[in-house]
Design a protein around this ligand. Structure first.
Ligand SMILES: O=C(O)CCC(=O)C(=O)O
Length: 234
């Protein structure tokens, strides 16, 4: 079932400035599936802008900048070979020093997300995920640590993936069982899209990209090389 979600916005006062702070904006229901059995309402705090980086050249610049930092900072790259994913983080001073210099295009889109009101504070941490060109790449179902702050944003690049989301079960449910749980919400992450998670979806729901083959409306998703650029303020 595909559900259309209405836009809700909330105003908050921040250091005497008035900001529009979006809590739940879904711009196009074709990109979100709500597989609800009628028991839970759609979670608050999910924002998808599938047209966040519409210019292909800009997207390519972001991909190239990310690949460059993986090469330049290769000693800091962490690998998760079983998930076919490599990870690089910049936080705080290293974010301020390196991201504007080595990733000016990516930085400009982080600024755009901030200026659009998605983040209360300008992000100071970035995680770049580089997934292999391998149909079995994955990102395990998880809730991001509370210490990472109230809002997590993700830009998707290169190829499309389906993100699964479901309500975080009690701690006695194993990771293996969690990976088998049917998703209650699915989001189609197309290249250039921005996903913002705050509120319930951020703290009470798991998200991840399953290892198995993916499909959307009956069409197979080709899991090819993919990048996601995740950023937050902590
Ligand atoms: O690659 C993605 O889109 C998801 C990444 C993610 O959830 C994470 O790095 O915590």
């Amino acid at each position: 079932m595909i559900q259309k979600i209405l836009t809700t916005k909330r105003c908050i006062s921040l250091k005497n400035q008035l900001r529009i702070y979006s809590t739940a904006v879904v711009q196009n229901s074709d990109y979100i599936k709500f597989n609800n059995t009628g028991q839970i309402p759609f979670p608050k705090g999910l924002i998808l802008d599938q047209n966040f980086i519409i210019d292909q050249q800009e997207r390519e610049k972001c991909v190239q900048e990310s690949k460059d930092v993986f090469r330049i900072f290769s000693n800091s790259v962490r690998g998760a070979t079983n998930f076919k994913r490599r990870i690089l983080n910049f936080h705080s001073k290293s974010f301020e020093k390196n991201v504007p210099e080595y990733m000016p295009t990516v930085y400009s889109f982080i600024r755009k997300a901030f200026e659009q009101g998605y983040h209360e504070h300008f992000p100071n941490t970035i995680q770049i995920n580089q997934y292999d060109d391998d149909t079995s790449y994955s990102c395990p179902m998880h809730v991001d640590a509370k210490s990472l702050g109230p809002t997590i944003s993700m830009i998707s690049l290169q190829s499309t993936a389906v993100m699964d989301l479901c309500v975080d079960p009690p701690p006695n449910v194993s990771q293996e069982e969690v990976e088998k749980m049917p998703p209650q919400v699915q989001v189609l992450l197309t290249p250039g899209s921005l996903l913002v998670m705050s509120d319930q979806i951020r703290y009470e729901w798991l998200h991840g990209i399953k290892q198995q083959e993916q499909e959307w409306n009956g069409s197979k998703i080709n899991k090819q090389e993919r990048q996601s650029i995740v950023f937050w303020y902590q």
